[in-house]
Write a protein that binds this ligand. Structure first.
Ligand code: ZN
Length: 161
């Protein structure tokens, strides 16, 4: 993933290269996480935990088997799956598994569009499912980035199945 395609579906160019250079490790499973914006964490933790979000930088643990979701740079603050408002699609037993959090379209709906409704390309899937219609990825998507990549991955998987 060295190519930076960016994405302007949110009216905002997302710089995907920030993510791949990160070396911040999850305090629990010690795997490398991805950086997320403070504003994303602030919006996605349950209301009762909002005051626990300090002003530091946060990362998200990408390990599907780890219950930790967000952790601060100094590891002082951590949030587990149960403390987040939405299910994190790549974590084990996530339900529902959203590909697009803004328009609440699941990975299964994307796959269904490909397998049962003949969608082949991104634009077909978006037309059928309504994904990315109300984009507000910075505060709706747990990674704070555009869901374009997750949708494309689901399309590729469905085409290969
Ligand atoms: Zn972890």
């Amino acid at each position: 993933m060295s190519e930076n395609k960016g994405c302007n579906c949110c009216g905002d160019i997302v710089d995907l290269t920030i993510i791949s250079n990160d070396t911040n490790k999850c305090p629990i499973c010690k795997q490398e996480g991805k950086k997320v914006k403070n504003v994303t964490v602030r919006h996605l933790v349950k209301d009762e935990y909002e005051t626990s979000v300090d002003s530091s930088n946060y990362s998200i643990c990408m390990n599907e088997n780890c219950d930790t979701v967000y952790y601060s740079e100094n590891n002082k603050v951590q949030f587990s799956k149960e403390q987040i408002k939405v299910s994190i699609w790549f974590k084990k037993e996530a339900d529902p598994r959203y590909a697009c959090y803004c328009s609440k379209v699941t990975i299964d709906q994307v796959k269904e569009a490909v397998k049962d409704k003949g969608a082949q390309k991104m634009k077909d899937v978006l037309a059928i499912t309504g994904a990315m219609r109300n984009s507000n990825c910075e505060i709706k998507n747990p990674l704070g980035v555009c869901c374009h990549e997750a949708i494309q991955q689901a399309i590729d998987e469905a085409l290969a199945e």
